[in-house]
Write a protein that binds this ligand. Structure first.
Ligand code: ZN
Length: 456
Protein backbone atom coordinates (compact mmCIF):
# COMPACT_ATOMS: atom_id res chain seq x y z
CA UNK A 1 0.00 0.00 0.00
CA UNK A 2 1.21 3.54 -0.58
CA UNK A 3 2.61 5.19 2.52
CA UNK A 4 2.83 8.96 2.51
CA UNK A 5 5.17 10.88 4.74
CA UNK A 6 8.68 12.15 5.13
CA UNK A 7 11.62 10.08 6.28
CA UNK A 8 12.89 11.14 9.66
CA UNK A 9 16.48 12.34 9.89
CA UNK A 10 17.19 9.49 12.33
CA UNK A 11 16.63 6.90 9.66
CA UNK A 12 17.84 3.58 10.91
CA UNK A 13 19.12 1.05 8.49
CA UNK A 14 20.56 -2.28 9.38
CA UNK A 15 21.01 -5.45 7.51
CA UNK A 16 20.87 -9.08 8.47
CA UNK A 17 23.71 -9.83 6.09
CA UNK A 18 25.94 -7.15 7.59
CA UNK A 19 25.20 -8.58 11.00
CA UNK A 20 26.25 -12.01 9.83
CA UNK A 21 29.42 -10.66 8.26
CA UNK A 22 30.21 -8.98 11.58
CA UNK A 23 30.00 -12.36 13.26
CA UNK A 24 32.58 -13.68 10.85
CA UNK A 25 30.15 -16.01 9.13
CA UNK A 26 30.14 -14.22 5.79
CA UNK A 27 27.15 -13.95 3.51
CA UNK A 28 28.04 -16.56 0.92
CA UNK A 29 26.07 -19.53 2.29
CA UNK A 30 22.88 -17.51 2.26
CA UNK A 31 22.91 -16.38 -1.36
CA UNK A 32 21.54 -19.78 -2.32
CA UNK A 33 18.52 -19.40 -0.10
CA UNK A 34 15.02 -18.89 -1.42
CA UNK A 35 13.17 -15.65 -0.66
CA UNK A 36 13.11 -15.15 3.10
CA UNK A 37 9.69 -15.57 4.66
CA UNK A 38 8.19 -14.00 7.75
CA UNK A 39 6.73 -16.87 9.75
CA UNK A 40 5.25 -14.91 12.61
CA UNK A 41 5.10 -11.50 14.23
CA UNK A 42 5.18 -11.44 18.02
CA UNK A 43 4.62 -8.46 20.31
CA UNK A 44 5.38 -8.02 24.00
CA UNK A 45 5.27 -5.04 26.34
CA UNK A 46 7.92 -4.68 29.01
CA UNK A 47 7.56 -1.49 31.03
CA UNK A 48 7.71 1.40 28.56
CA UNK A 49 9.18 -0.68 25.73
CA UNK A 50 7.09 -2.44 23.11
CA UNK A 51 9.02 -5.24 21.45
CA UNK A 52 8.14 -6.76 18.08
CA UNK A 53 9.88 -9.90 16.91
CA UNK A 54 9.73 -11.01 13.28
CA UNK A 55 10.39 -14.75 13.14
CA UNK A 56 12.03 -15.39 9.75
CA UNK A 57 13.01 -18.54 7.91
CA UNK A 58 16.13 -16.79 6.60
CA UNK A 59 18.04 -13.50 6.73
CA UNK A 60 16.82 -10.43 4.83
CA UNK A 61 18.03 -6.89 4.25
CA UNK A 62 15.81 -4.43 6.04
CA UNK A 63 15.13 -0.74 6.58
CA UNK A 64 13.25 0.71 9.52
CA UNK A 65 12.06 4.29 9.73
CA UNK A 66 9.42 6.25 11.66
CA UNK A 67 6.81 8.50 10.01
CA UNK A 68 4.65 11.20 11.57
CA UNK A 69 1.02 12.36 11.27
CA UNK A 70 -0.17 9.83 11.92
CA UNK A 71 2.67 8.18 13.82
CA UNK A 72 3.90 4.99 12.18
CA UNK A 73 7.00 2.86 11.88
CA UNK A 74 7.75 1.29 8.53
CA UNK A 75 9.69 -1.96 8.26
CA UNK A 76 10.85 -2.80 4.72
CA UNK A 77 12.14 -6.33 4.21
CA UNK A 78 13.91 -6.75 0.88
CA UNK A 79 12.78 -9.73 -1.16
CA UNK A 80 10.68 -11.08 1.70
CA UNK A 81 7.25 -12.63 1.74
CA UNK A 82 4.65 -13.39 4.38
CA UNK A 83 4.16 -17.06 5.22
CA UNK A 84 1.34 -16.60 7.74
CA UNK A 85 -0.93 -13.62 8.37
CA UNK A 86 0.90 -11.06 10.52
CA UNK A 87 -1.16 -9.82 13.41
CA UNK A 88 -0.72 -8.78 17.00
CA UNK A 89 -3.22 -9.00 19.83
CA UNK A 90 -4.76 -5.72 20.92
CA UNK A 91 -2.95 -4.44 24.01
CA UNK A 92 -3.73 -0.97 25.41
CA UNK A 93 -0.24 -0.79 26.98
CA UNK A 94 1.47 -1.38 23.66
CA UNK A 95 2.76 1.54 21.61
CA UNK A 96 1.52 -0.35 18.54
CA UNK A 97 -2.18 0.00 17.79
CA UNK A 98 -2.24 -2.05 14.61
CA UNK A 99 -0.24 -3.76 11.87
CA UNK A 100 -0.67 -3.55 8.08
CA UNK A 101 1.48 -5.01 5.36
CA UNK A 102 1.75 -5.39 1.61
CA UNK A 103 4.16 -6.54 -1.08
CA UNK A 104 5.98 -3.72 -2.88
CA UNK A 105 7.76 -3.73 -6.23
CA UNK A 106 6.60 -7.30 -6.69
CA UNK A 107 9.24 -8.68 -4.33
CA UNK A 108 9.67 -6.58 -1.19
CA UNK A 109 7.55 -6.68 1.94
CA UNK A 110 6.50 -3.47 3.67
CA UNK A 111 5.08 -3.74 7.20
CA UNK A 112 3.50 -0.61 8.69
CA UNK A 113 3.02 -0.36 12.44
CA UNK A 114 0.33 2.13 13.43
CA UNK A 115 1.38 3.81 16.66
CA UNK A 116 -0.28 5.38 19.67
CA UNK A 117 2.64 7.80 20.13
CA UNK A 118 5.84 8.82 18.34
CA UNK A 119 8.64 6.33 19.01
CA UNK A 120 12.35 5.79 18.75
CA UNK A 121 12.83 2.45 17.01
CA UNK A 122 15.85 0.31 17.89
CA UNK A 123 16.47 -2.91 15.99
CA UNK A 124 18.80 -5.87 16.04
CA UNK A 125 18.92 -9.37 14.63
CA UNK A 126 19.24 -12.71 16.38
CA UNK A 127 20.64 -15.75 14.64
CA UNK A 128 18.88 -19.11 14.89
CA UNK A 129 19.49 -20.67 18.31
CA UNK A 130 17.81 -23.21 20.56
CA UNK A 131 15.09 -23.95 18.05
CA UNK A 132 14.35 -20.26 17.48
CA UNK A 133 14.58 -19.08 13.86
CA UNK A 134 16.25 -15.96 12.44
CA UNK A 135 14.70 -13.03 14.25
CA UNK A 136 14.48 -9.33 13.58
CA UNK A 137 13.80 -7.61 16.89
CA UNK A 138 12.34 -4.12 16.99
CA UNK A 139 12.17 -2.25 20.31
CA UNK A 140 9.96 0.83 20.39
CA UNK A 141 10.17 3.41 23.16
CA UNK A 142 8.12 6.57 23.24
CA UNK A 143 10.07 9.44 21.69
CA UNK A 144 8.80 12.25 23.92
CA UNK A 145 8.74 11.18 27.55
CA UNK A 146 5.26 11.25 29.12
CA UNK A 147 4.52 14.35 31.19
CA UNK A 148 5.19 13.06 34.73
CA UNK A 149 8.50 11.54 33.72
CA UNK A 150 9.57 14.65 31.83
CA UNK A 151 9.64 16.62 35.08
CA UNK A 152 12.59 14.62 36.33
CA UNK A 153 14.03 13.67 32.99
CA UNK A 154 17.13 15.90 32.94
CA UNK A 155 18.62 14.44 36.11
CA UNK A 156 17.58 10.85 36.00
CA UNK A 157 16.96 9.60 32.50
CA UNK A 158 19.85 9.15 30.13
CA UNK A 159 19.16 9.97 26.50
CA UNK A 160 18.68 6.77 24.51
CA UNK A 161 21.60 7.73 22.29
CA UNK A 162 23.87 8.02 25.32
CA UNK A 163 22.83 4.66 26.61
CA UNK A 164 23.60 3.07 23.27
CA UNK A 165 27.12 4.45 23.38
CA UNK A 166 27.84 2.74 26.70
CA UNK A 167 29.94 -0.40 26.38
CA UNK A 168 27.92 -3.58 26.15
CA UNK A 169 27.60 -5.68 29.28
CA UNK A 170 26.66 -9.22 30.25
CA UNK A 171 23.28 -10.05 31.77
CA UNK A 172 23.61 -10.90 35.47
CA UNK A 173 21.85 -14.01 36.77
CA UNK A 174 21.49 -14.05 40.56
CA UNK A 175 21.29 -17.64 41.83
CA UNK A 176 19.96 -18.04 45.36
CA UNK A 177 20.21 -21.46 47.02
CA UNK A 178 17.48 -21.41 49.67
CA UNK A 179 18.04 -21.74 53.43
CA UNK A 180 21.53 -22.46 54.86
CA UNK A 181 23.33 -22.51 58.21
CA UNK A 182 20.97 -23.06 61.15
CA UNK A 183 18.05 -23.22 58.68
CA UNK A 184 18.24 -26.64 56.95
CA UNK A 185 15.00 -26.10 55.01
CA UNK A 186 12.92 -29.22 54.52
CA UNK A 187 14.39 -32.59 55.50
CA UNK A 188 13.57 -35.70 53.47
CA UNK A 189 12.51 -39.06 54.94
CA UNK A 190 16.07 -40.29 54.30
CA UNK A 191 17.61 -37.30 56.10
CA UNK A 192 18.53 -35.24 53.02
CA UNK A 193 18.61 -31.54 53.86
CA UNK A 194 17.12 -29.05 51.42
CA UNK A 195 19.89 -26.52 52.08
CA UNK A 196 22.53 -29.00 50.84
CA UNK A 197 20.91 -30.21 47.63
CA UNK A 198 19.79 -26.74 46.54
CA UNK A 199 23.35 -25.44 47.02
CA UNK A 200 24.66 -28.27 44.82
CA UNK A 201 22.08 -27.54 42.11
CA UNK A 202 22.82 -23.81 42.32
CA UNK A 203 26.57 -24.45 41.88
CA UNK A 204 25.95 -26.59 38.81
CA UNK A 205 23.73 -23.88 37.37
CA UNK A 206 26.33 -21.18 38.13
CA UNK A 207 29.02 -23.18 36.27
CA UNK A 208 26.78 -23.32 33.22
CA UNK A 209 25.82 -19.65 33.33
CA UNK A 210 29.52 -18.79 33.70
CA UNK A 211 30.28 -20.60 30.44
CA UNK A 212 27.34 -19.04 28.60
CA UNK A 213 28.36 -16.15 26.33
CA UNK A 214 26.71 -12.91 27.40
CA UNK A 215 25.67 -14.17 30.86
CA UNK A 216 27.34 -13.97 34.26
CA UNK A 217 26.21 -15.70 37.46
CA UNK A 218 26.16 -14.18 40.93
CA UNK A 219 25.78 -16.72 43.74
CA UNK A 220 23.76 -15.25 46.58
CA UNK A 221 24.86 -17.95 49.05
CA UNK A 222 28.12 -19.79 48.39
CA UNK A 223 28.40 -21.97 51.50
CA UNK A 224 26.50 -23.38 54.45
CA UNK A 225 25.49 -20.23 56.28
CA UNK A 226 22.25 -18.43 57.03
CA UNK A 227 21.08 -15.36 55.11
CA UNK A 228 17.88 -13.45 55.91
CA UNK A 229 15.48 -13.15 52.96
CA UNK A 230 15.86 -9.39 52.75
CA UNK A 231 19.64 -9.78 52.59
CA UNK A 232 19.25 -12.13 49.62
CA UNK A 233 17.25 -9.54 47.68
CA UNK A 234 19.70 -6.81 48.65
CA UNK A 235 22.66 -8.86 47.41
CA UNK A 236 20.94 -9.47 44.07
CA UNK A 237 20.13 -5.80 43.66
CA UNK A 238 23.64 -4.76 44.70
CA UNK A 239 24.95 -7.03 41.94
CA UNK A 240 22.52 -5.28 39.52
CA UNK A 241 21.00 -8.65 38.72
CA UNK A 242 18.83 -8.89 35.62
CA UNK A 243 17.02 -11.92 37.03
CA UNK A 244 16.83 -13.58 40.44
CA UNK A 245 16.39 -17.36 40.74
CA UNK A 246 15.75 -18.84 44.16
CA UNK A 247 16.27 -22.62 44.25
CA UNK A 248 14.33 -24.76 46.74
CA UNK A 249 12.98 -28.27 47.25
CA UNK A 250 9.35 -28.64 48.30
CA UNK A 251 7.95 -30.66 51.19
CA UNK A 252 4.45 -31.70 52.19
CA UNK A 253 2.93 -34.16 54.67
CA UNK A 254 1.61 -36.37 51.89
CA UNK A 255 4.74 -38.24 50.81
CA UNK A 256 3.14 -39.32 47.54
CA UNK A 257 3.19 -35.79 46.09
CA UNK A 258 5.88 -35.29 43.42
CA UNK A 259 7.02 -32.79 40.81
CA UNK A 260 8.65 -29.42 40.36
CA UNK A 261 6.98 -26.00 40.41
CA UNK A 262 7.93 -22.45 39.54
CA UNK A 263 6.54 -19.54 41.52
CA UNK A 264 6.42 -15.81 40.99
CA UNK A 265 5.17 -13.13 43.35
CA UNK A 266 1.40 -12.74 43.56
CA UNK A 267 -0.05 -9.35 42.66
CA UNK A 268 -1.19 -8.81 46.23
CA UNK A 269 2.26 -9.50 47.63
CA UNK A 270 3.70 -7.21 45.01
CA UNK A 271 1.51 -4.24 45.77
CA UNK A 272 1.96 -4.41 49.53
CA UNK A 273 5.69 -4.72 49.05
CA UNK A 274 5.68 -1.74 46.71
CA UNK A 275 4.04 0.21 49.51
CA UNK A 276 6.66 -0.97 51.96
CA UNK A 277 9.46 0.09 49.68
CA UNK A 278 7.87 3.46 49.21
CA UNK A 279 7.83 3.97 52.95
CA UNK A 280 11.58 3.61 53.07
CA UNK A 281 13.14 6.41 51.16
CA UNK A 282 16.61 4.91 51.33
CA UNK A 283 15.29 1.94 49.43
CA UNK A 284 13.17 3.77 46.88
CA UNK A 285 16.09 6.09 46.16
CA UNK A 286 18.01 3.50 44.20
CA UNK A 287 15.28 1.53 42.51
CA UNK A 288 15.91 1.02 38.86
CA UNK A 289 13.26 1.34 36.16
CA UNK A 290 14.45 -0.51 33.10
CA UNK A 291 18.02 -0.01 34.24
CA UNK A 292 17.53 3.72 34.80
CA UNK A 293 17.83 4.96 38.39
CA UNK A 294 14.74 6.51 39.91
CA UNK A 295 15.82 9.41 42.07
CA UNK A 296 12.70 11.40 42.60
CA UNK A 297 11.93 13.32 45.77
CA UNK A 298 8.28 13.49 44.69
CA UNK A 299 6.32 10.80 46.58
CA UNK A 300 3.45 10.47 44.10
CA UNK A 301 5.79 10.40 41.14
CA UNK A 302 7.95 7.76 42.77
CA UNK A 303 4.79 5.78 43.35
CA UNK A 304 3.85 5.92 39.67
CA UNK A 305 7.36 4.91 38.62
CA UNK A 306 7.43 2.11 41.17
CA UNK A 307 4.12 0.82 39.85
CA UNK A 308 5.55 0.80 36.36
CA UNK A 309 8.70 -0.95 37.51
CA UNK A 310 6.72 -3.52 39.48
CA UNK A 311 4.25 -4.33 36.70
CA UNK A 312 7.07 -4.66 34.19
CA UNK A 313 8.94 -6.87 36.64
CA UNK A 314 5.97 -9.16 37.24
CA UNK A 315 5.39 -9.52 33.52
CA UNK A 316 9.06 -10.38 33.02
CA UNK A 317 9.00 -12.77 36.00
CA UNK A 318 6.01 -14.54 34.51
CA UNK A 319 7.71 -14.84 31.17
CA UNK A 320 10.87 -16.27 32.78
CA UNK A 321 8.82 -18.72 34.86
CA UNK A 322 6.96 -19.97 31.79
CA UNK A 323 10.19 -20.61 29.94
CA UNK A 324 11.65 -22.47 32.92
CA UNK A 325 8.56 -24.65 33.25
CA UNK A 326 8.57 -25.60 29.59
CA UNK A 327 12.21 -26.73 29.91
CA UNK A 328 11.73 -28.47 33.26
CA UNK A 329 9.05 -30.65 31.66
CA UNK A 330 11.91 -32.42 29.89
CA UNK A 331 13.67 -33.27 33.17
CA UNK A 332 10.82 -34.72 35.16
CA UNK A 333 7.29 -34.31 36.36
CA UNK A 334 6.12 -30.71 36.67
CA UNK A 335 3.47 -30.53 39.35
CA UNK A 336 1.39 -27.82 37.67
CA UNK A 337 1.94 -26.75 34.07
CA UNK A 338 1.18 -23.10 34.79
CA UNK A 339 3.17 -20.51 36.70
CA UNK A 340 2.16 -20.38 40.36
CA UNK A 341 1.86 -17.18 42.34
CA UNK A 342 2.69 -16.81 45.99
CA UNK A 343 3.72 -14.09 48.36
CA UNK A 344 7.25 -15.35 49.09
CA UNK A 345 9.30 -12.58 50.65
CA UNK A 346 12.36 -13.56 48.64
CA UNK A 347 10.50 -12.75 45.41
CA UNK A 348 9.57 -9.24 46.47
CA UNK A 349 12.15 -7.25 44.59
CA UNK A 350 10.24 -4.54 42.75
CA UNK A 351 12.88 -4.07 40.08
CA UNK A 352 14.44 -7.52 39.47
CA UNK A 353 12.36 -10.21 37.72
CA UNK A 354 12.32 -13.01 40.30
CA UNK A 355 11.23 -16.64 40.30
CA UNK A 356 11.36 -19.42 42.87
CA UNK A 357 12.05 -22.93 41.57
CA UNK A 358 10.92 -25.86 43.68
CA UNK A 359 13.14 -28.53 42.13
CA UNK A 360 11.19 -31.54 43.42
CA UNK A 361 9.50 -32.86 46.58
CA UNK A 362 12.19 -33.79 49.07
CA UNK A 363 9.36 -35.32 51.17
CA UNK A 364 8.78 -37.94 48.46
CA UNK A 365 11.26 -40.82 48.94
CA UNK A 366 12.00 -41.33 45.24
CA UNK A 367 12.35 -37.60 44.54
CA UNK A 368 14.56 -37.28 47.61
CA UNK A 369 16.92 -39.88 46.12
CA UNK A 370 16.74 -38.15 42.74
CA UNK A 371 17.60 -34.75 44.24
CA UNK A 372 20.89 -36.19 45.50
CA UNK A 373 22.01 -37.57 42.14
CA UNK A 374 24.47 -35.77 39.88
CA UNK A 375 22.42 -36.69 36.83
CA UNK A 376 19.23 -35.02 38.10
CA UNK A 377 21.11 -31.98 39.38
CA UNK A 378 22.88 -31.60 36.02
CA UNK A 379 19.69 -32.10 34.00
CA UNK A 380 17.84 -29.55 36.08
CA UNK A 381 20.70 -27.03 35.76
CA UNK A 382 20.73 -27.62 31.98
CA UNK A 383 16.97 -27.06 31.80
CA UNK A 384 17.17 -23.83 33.79
CA UNK A 385 19.99 -22.56 31.58
CA UNK A 386 17.96 -23.32 28.45
CA UNK A 387 15.02 -21.48 30.00
CA UNK A 388 17.27 -18.50 30.75
CA UNK A 389 18.49 -18.44 27.14
CA UNK A 390 14.92 -18.42 25.87
CA UNK A 391 13.97 -15.67 28.32
CA UNK A 392 16.91 -13.42 27.48
CA UNK A 393 16.38 -13.91 23.75
CA UNK A 394 13.31 -11.69 24.18
CA UNK A 395 14.00 -9.87 27.47
CA UNK A 396 17.70 -8.97 27.46
CA UNK A 397 17.91 -5.30 28.50
CA UNK A 398 19.24 -2.80 25.96
CA UNK A 399 23.01 -2.43 26.20
CA UNK A 400 23.68 -6.10 26.90
CA UNK A 401 25.70 -8.38 24.64
CA UNK A 402 22.68 -10.63 24.14
CA UNK A 403 20.28 -7.79 23.28
CA UNK A 404 22.71 -6.44 20.71
CA UNK A 405 23.27 -9.89 19.24
CA UNK A 406 26.95 -9.80 20.29
CA UNK A 407 27.35 -13.04 22.17
CA UNK A 408 30.66 -13.40 20.38
CA UNK A 409 32.25 -10.77 22.62
CA UNK A 410 33.77 -11.00 26.08
CA UNK A 411 34.38 -7.91 28.19
CA UNK A 412 37.35 -8.42 30.47
CA UNK A 413 36.66 -7.85 34.16
CA UNK A 414 39.29 -6.66 36.65
CA UNK A 415 41.38 -9.63 37.81
CA UNK A 416 40.48 -11.95 34.93
CA UNK A 417 43.25 -13.88 33.21
CA UNK A 418 43.46 -15.05 29.63
CA UNK A 419 43.65 -18.67 30.76
CA UNK A 420 40.49 -18.30 32.89
CA UNK A 421 38.66 -16.76 29.93
CA UNK A 422 39.84 -19.55 27.62
CA UNK A 423 38.67 -22.11 30.18
CA UNK A 424 35.30 -20.39 30.46
CA UNK A 425 34.67 -20.67 26.73
CA UNK A 426 36.25 -24.12 26.51
CA UNK A 427 38.99 -23.09 24.12
CA UNK A 428 42.78 -23.03 24.28
CA UNK A 429 44.73 -19.91 25.24
CA UNK A 430 46.57 -20.22 21.93
CA UNK A 431 43.30 -20.15 19.96
CA UNK A 432 41.98 -17.23 21.98
CA UNK A 433 45.17 -15.28 21.33
CA UNK A 434 45.13 -16.14 17.65
CA UNK A 435 41.52 -15.05 17.15
CA UNK A 436 42.27 -11.72 18.86
CA UNK A 437 45.76 -11.12 17.44
CA UNK A 438 47.21 -10.93 20.95
CA UNK A 439 51.03 -10.98 20.93
CA UNK A 440 51.15 -12.27 24.54
CA UNK A 441 48.91 -13.09 27.52
CA UNK A 442 48.63 -9.49 28.72
CA UNK A 443 45.06 -8.19 28.84
CA UNK A 444 43.38 -5.30 30.64
CA UNK A 445 40.01 -4.70 32.27
CA UNK A 446 37.48 -3.33 29.81
CA UNK A 447 39.26 -4.84 26.81
CA UNK A 448 36.84 -6.62 24.47
CA UNK A 449 37.79 -10.05 23.16
CA UNK A 450 36.23 -11.81 20.22
CA UNK A 451 34.97 -15.27 21.13
CA UNK A 452 34.11 -17.61 18.26
CA UNK A 453 30.49 -18.33 19.15
CA UNK A 454 29.59 -21.88 18.35
CA UNK A 455 26.06 -21.83 19.70
CA UNK A 456 25.22 -24.66 22.03
ZN1 ZN B 1 12.86 -24.00 50.71
Amino acid sequence: MPVAGIHQPDLRRRRFLQGLAGLGLGAAPFTLWARPGVQRLRMSVDGSTTRLVFDMDGPADYDIFPLDSPHRVVVDLAGARVLNPLEVASNPRSLVAGVRYAQRNGTDLRVVLDLRAPVDPHSFVLLPAQGSPHRLVLDLTERAAPVPVARIAPETFAEPAERLREPLREVIVAIDPGHGGHDPGAIGPGGTREKDVVLQIARRLAERVEREPGMRPVMIRTGDYFLPLRERIDRARAAQADVFLSIHADAIHDRRVQGSSVYILSDRGASSEAARFLAQRENSADLRLGGVPIESKDESLTSVLLDLAQSGTLEASHSLAQRLISEMHRVGKVRKPEVERASFAVLRSPDVPSVLVEAAFISNPSEERKLRTQSFQNSLADAILTGLRAYFSTHAPPGTLIAEGRRDRHIIRPGETLSAIAERYRMSVADLRAVNDLPNDRIFAGQVLQIPYRGS
